[in-house]
Design a protein around this ligand. Structure first.
Ligand code: TRP
Length: 340
């Protein structure tokens, strides 16, 4: 699969998030900052994937419904501009569900079962023998999302590469049936930011594992999260020699502290002894408080005016409806089903 680091020409971009929880610092470094940068150069759409969120949450739908506006507020709070980026809601775009039905006929069950990301997720979610059909087939629905927007560039984490691969397989099948280019293949745009670990250092930061620092975290929550961060377990006294590798505080300082030379100095001091975890945590906390304060305040202001958030999502979804309907008509045509 072809991937790209930088782009100069204007492209059509689709990205999305499952609306299963508020966004966190991992999203901020991994995707949100990149989206803010991309929106002025490219045609960007962000899909709030509420239907995909249901594929493993249908028994607790409020986990999705209650987070849709949280996610939109997160986008706006970090600087995604609805004048430049179309923000739309998956469930309000019926063309996506219809395309999913057509594409389903082109994908074998065996192919779905081979998708490594889905395989891992099935394992970790403990579905046992009752895997929801919608879960196994969500890569088909994601192919519908991507192709329906005629996206050429999809900024994603590396766990999403199998989805893009499946998308392009479907696109090629449709084009081969059509005998011409009806749909466009896409490329992944991988973020070059390293994945942010969870505060306990055991996993990546994840909404589902409850180990994340949300963008809307309160001052106190942020303080507690930094205090609880995993450091070097053998660094017991200030004078002990300290380890940087696997030390979450330093990983975060690398990701968020604007002064790299200062962080390099701190590392050196920590390694040779003489710098306590209390101090490094304090420095990190200050830097994160400064980053999150304006984001938290803007986010709250948006959430205080839900009608405005809904209007932004409604207008974006209207634009998206027009685009995706057109692709649906084209795909129906490929199957000869455009009688009227
Ligand atoms: N699967 C993506 C995730 O879990 C969300 C998503 C849904 C998406 N549709 C998309 C991402 C289309 C990019 C393009 O984060």
């Amino acid at each position: 699969m072809q991937t790209t680091q930088t782009e100069t020409q204007s492209e059509t971009i689709l990205t999305g998030d499952r609306a299963t929880g508020p966004l966190h610092l991992g999203h901020y470094v991994g995707s949100l900052q990149q989206r803010v940068a991309l929106q002025s150069i490219h045609q960007q759409t962000i899909l709030v994937a509420d239907m995909q969120g249901l594929t493993d949450n249908a028994h607790q739908p409020e986990k999705v419904s209650s987070n849709i506006l949280n996610v939109v507020a997160d986008y706006l709070a970090v600087g995604i501009d609805p004048q430049q980026t179309t923000i739309c809601l998956q469930s309000q775009l019926p063309a996506l569900a219809e395309l999913t039905m057509y594409y389903s006929n082109l994908v074998s069950i065996a192919r779905l079962e081979r998708n490594p990301t889905v395989k891992n997720e099935i394992h970790s979610k403990g579905f046992g023998r009752s895997i929801p059909a919608g879960f196994l087939t969500y890569p088909i629905s994601q192919a519908a999302d991507i192709s329906a927007f005629r996206a050429t560039l999809v900024p994603v984490g590396d766990d999403q590469l199998p989805m893009l691969e499946q998308t392009n397989e479907i696109v090629r099948k449709i084009n081969s049936l059509a005998g011409g280019e009806v749909l466009l293949e896409c490329r992944a745009l991988l973020s070059n930011a390293p994945r942010l670990p969870s505060t306990d250092g055991k996993n990546k930061m994840s909404k589902s594992m409850g180990n994340a620092i949300n963008l809307g975290a309160s001052e106190q929550e942020l303080r507690a999260a930094v205090k609880s961060m995993y450091t070097d377990p053998n660094h017991l006294r200030v004078d002990d020699l300290g380890q940087i590798e696997g030390n979450v505080v330093f990983t975060y300082l690398d990701a968020f502290h604007p002064d790299h030379a200062y962080v390099a100095q701190l590392k050196e001091q920590y390694q040779r002894g003489g710098l306590g975890d209390g101090t490094t945590k304090k420095i990190l906390e200050e830097c994160l408080q400064e980053l999150l304060k304006p984001i938290r305040e803007r986010r709250q202001r948006y959430l205080d005016d839900k009608a405005q958030l809904i209007e932004i999502l409604r207008l974006g979804s209207q634009i998206a409806q027009d685009k995706t309907e057109q692709v649906l008509i084209d795909v129906r045509g490929v199957f000869g089903l455009n009688l009227f």
